[in-house]
Write a protein that binds this ligand. Sequence first.
Ligand SMILES: C[S@@+](CC[C@H](N)C(=O)[O-])C[C@H]1O[C@@H](n2cnc3c(N)ncnc32)[C@H](O)[C@@H]1O
Length: 240
Amino acid sequence: MKYRFEIEKKDYTDFASGRVLYNAPNTTAFPVRLASEIIQRAFEIMEEQGAPGPYRIYDPCCGGGFLLTTIGFLFNVRVSELIASDVDKAVLEIAKQNLSLLTMEGLAARRQQLEEYISAYNKDSHREALASAERLANLIDNQPINVRCLQRDITDLTNYSISDVDIIITDIPYGNLVSWAGAGADSLDHLFQNCYKALNKKHSVLVIIADKQPKLRHELFQRVQYFKLGKRQIAFFKPL
Ligand SMILES: C[S@@+](CC[C@H](N)C(=O)[O-])C[C@H]1O[C@@H](n2cnc3c(N)ncnc32)[C@H](O)[C@@H]1O
C-alpha cells in the first residue's frame, strides 16, 4: 500500500499510548500514521458522495478509544461527534478518559495530573508527557466534539439507538490480545448487519481493519477500496 495522504512519516510521539493518552490492560493502540491515512481516505469517499462534513464517526469495537481519540485530535474541526461502543465495560472506562482529552477541561485535568507526578517523582518522562499535552491542546478547537460512550455487543442483532452515522471505522478483534465476544462464527456478519443499520444510507462509509484471516465482503455493502499493510487488511464499504 502506498500512502496517498499521510505521505511523510511524522513524529507521532505526542499520541503514544500511556503518555498523554491513557493506557490500560486489554486495550490496544493503533498506528497513528495509518489511522490518519485511513480516515482521510474515508473523508475523500464522503466528499465524493457530496458530504463535506463535519462527520459523525462511530467505532463499535472501540477498546480504549485510541483510534477515535487520535482522529479527534488530528481532524478536530472535521468531526462533529464521536461514538464509542465496546462489549467490555472496563475498556469503555479508558475510552471515556481518552475521549475526555478532546475537551479543554479533560486535557487540563490530565495536565494537572502530570504536573503532580513531576512534583512527586521528578521524572523526565512526565515532563515530556506534559509538553505533549500542551501540543495536543493546540489541536483542539473551541467548539468541542460531541462524545458518546456506550456498552454494546455489536454482534447482538436486537435494536439499538445509534443511527445516521457518517463514518464507521473499526479495528475488529484479532484473537491474540482480544477476541470476539458474542455470536461466535457469525460475529463479523452480525457486525456488518449492525453497521448497516447505524449508517446514514444516503452517504456514508464503513471501514473495517482486520488481520489477514477474515473475508471482508458482505451482501449489504459495496466494497470500494481495499489494501493490505503488514499484518493488516483494510476495507472500505458503501452501504447498498
Ligand atoms: C482490536 S480492539 C480495538 C482497539 C480500538 N480500536 C482502539 O483504538 O483502542 C478490539 C475490541 O473489540 C472488542 N470486542 C470484542 N467482541 C466484541 C463485541 N461482540 N462487541 C463489541 N466489541 C467487542 C474488545 O473488547 C476490544 O476492545
